[in-house]
Design a protein around this ligand. Sequence first.
Ligand code: FAD
Length: 430
Amino acid sequence: QHSVFWFRRDLRLTDNAGLYYALKSGLKVLPIFIFDQNILDKLEDKDDARVTFIHQQLRELNTQLQEFGSSIIVKYGTPTQVWENILNTYNVAAVYTNHDYEPYAKERDEKLLTFFAQKNIQFHTYKDQCIFEKSEVVKDDGKPYVVFTPYKRKWLEKLQPYYTKAYPTEKYFENFVNTSKLEIPSLEEMGFTQSKLPFPDKVYQDILKNYSIDRDFPAKEATSQISVHLRFGTISIRELVKKSMDKSEVWLSELIWRDFYFSILWHFPHSAKNSFRPEYDKIKWRNNEHEFKAWCDGKTGYAIVDAGMRQLNQTGFMHNRIRMVVASFLTKHLLIDWRWGEHYFARKLLDFELSSNVGGWQWAAGCGVDAAPYFRIFNPYEQVKKFDKDLRYIKKWVPEFSDPFKYPKPIVDHKVARERCLATYKEALK
Ligand code: FAD
């Protein structure tokens, strides 16, 4: 008999909660990963960089597992199909994995719980991708927080060393099942091609010292770019929180935002599709497709917006300050539904995370938890003056910026757009 550890968004051997309990279970552990067809079929780009990233990490895991004479089983299909197949091949007593809080994942895991129960297989899942989950940080009356600052206060009050302690998986690595090296399905077999994008590395400590001063200046590259690693669990959140506690309170705060948005999506799953504040769904969006395309392509004539969109299109990353600027521009200047922007980010961002993406978009559109009030409309020119005054970021991504023959005129006049936005929002919210 075996235990199985099912890797999902926790692609690492060290400090991994579910893996730790699997390895300690007393049975030999089969490591498994499923390329979920339900998810892959929805991806629009055949060279989707996230698929390449996962593939690369799995090959890395396989190399690490060989050191203990083991290998990862990687399958492509729908989870139920794959599990039928695994259970026909191996004698499995228990399946271990880590929690996943997204609506699709919740539904999948609930179905599998029944499926495994019918076959007398235990299904154990653990908290791993955040410090506090579900209702661990709620108000005294048990209701979820919908404002960040009191959430953060309670989060910090609750934080004990226990919560950031690493799970010492390495003590039990000999408990992986012995097997010869197994092949991982190629990207081509799954209908994908290799992405050419370079992936950010995992070095984050160097930026912590000046983070609070430099983080808002996109040209300085003063943020960690650790987000893709957090997304796929190639680094442990416990390690990051522990390091940030004595090095950068401001950076810690950002990590708490991440937990906050997980918790919002958990408590309010409807907010993945609809505005958290329902009255905002009455807004009459203009949804002009040509303007949307200009925004996607970085051709709005607003250089800070265009620079951000080109950074996104070319690298799969965009600086946080600029994410706020482009999101505000799309929803407020162009009056395009925040869902269109959210969808585009979901397609392009390496670090796409449903909870933070929806949270960020609704914050910008004014319709989310703890959102910017709708009448605060970012002035793109002021944003340049404040955060890219020597135009370094802009010139990097929009090289034709200074050439009036090559660079387009603004797609909309700032003042006109601002008035139009105020009137439209007011009408919906009256
Ligand atoms: P750092 O500044 O080094 O911060 C460290 C980590 O803290 C990040 O990696 C991230 O995990 C977390 N973090 C930082 N800021 C936020 C925040 N505002 N909300 C939640 N977590 C945060 N982040 C995503 O991970 N995935 C998304 O899909 C995503 N979509 C966004 C959409 C919009 C419209 C906006 C305004 C923000 C979005 N963010 C998203 C949040 C933020 O922009 C990114 O986490 C950050 O830019 C990642 O860069 P970094 O790793 O260098 O961050």
